[in-house]
Design a protein around this ligand. Structure first.
Ligand SMILES: CNc1ncnc2c1ncn2[C@@H]1O[C@H](/C=C/CNC(=O)c2cc(-c3ccc(F)cc3)cc(O)c2O)[C@H](F)[C@H]1O
Ligand SMILES: [Mg+2]
Length: 214
């Protein structure tokens, strides 16, 4: 049976990237996905916005929803201070195993833990099973209609504290209208829009930052 697109992305990374160099892994994926096969990585344009927001936040505990091939996990983890860690949730076993290998090639396995399963099952386990107190930063990039319910779940589970930052990809395309409605009409969140473009395309997109005010 011929390989999946995600397997081909792993092949190009393992063949062309410099082991232990996150930047070269990112470049390799961006080059492949802009020249050969489009894939839903946050990409280099929105990635730069993500970088700035992560650097400004300098988070110790990060949660990502939707690992996919691990591109944004690498993008975030490469900026984290030594003791900081990133937990990323992925329910597709093929994607989880490909992401694990790509994150390992980037040399970031000590900072990144892939939690295999459904966000709505794993989020309630973060405190007890994964020793999380509260989350400093959450990157939402999974199924778009799950952004809002999972935000409510994070709050209900006591995982957000004053100043916790939520950053959501694709709020324009494919779009996350319920999420935008929820956070923008909620005085417990301070929202900022970051207009950009869909990864590797000219199509308009944006990311939304929602800071939890407690
Ligand atoms: C719902 N709970 C989940 N728990 C754990 N893993 C999950 C969960 N839900 C999904 N996953 C996991 O998270 C990933 C899903 C990412 C979804 N992303 C997109 O759809 C998405 C789509 C486009 C896009 C743009 C234009 C176009 F023409 C077609 C597509 C662009 C983007 O940047 C995206 O992020 C993964 F695949 C899935 O297993
Ligand atoms: Mg996305």
């Amino acid at each position: 049976m011929d390989q999946s697109k995600e397997q081909r992305i792993l092949n190009t990374v393992s063949y062309n990237a410099v082991k232990g160099d996150p930047e070269s892994v990112m470049k390799c994926i961006d080059k492949y996905c802009s020249q050969y096969e489009w894939a839903m990585n946050v990409g280099d344009e929105k990635g730069l916005i993500l970088d700035k927001i992560v650097e400004e936040a300098d988070p110790s505990v990060v949660l990502e929803l939707g690992t996919y091939c691990g591109y944004s996990a690498i993008r975030i983890a490469r900026l984290l201070k030594p003791k900081a860690r990133l937990l990323t949730i992925e329910f597709n076993p093929e994607f989880a195993s490909i992401a694990k290998e790509i994150i390992d090639i980037a040399g970031l396995s000590d900072k990144v833990t892939i939690l295999e399963g459904h966000s709505e099952d794993i989020i309630p386990q973060l405190k007890k099973k994964y020793e999380v107190e509260t989350l400093d930063f959450v990157f939402l990039d999974h199924w778009k209609e799950r952004y809002a319910p999972d935000t409510v779940l994070l709050e209900e589970c006591g995982l957000l504290r004053k100043g916790s930052i939520l950053l959501a990809d694709n709020v324009v395309f494919p779009g996350a209208p319920e999420f935008l409605k929820y956070v923008r009409n909620n005085q417990r969140f301070e929202c900022t829009s970051y207009p950009s473009h869909l990864e590797y395309m000219q199509v308009e997109d944006a990311m939304e930052k929602a800071v939890y005010l407690g």
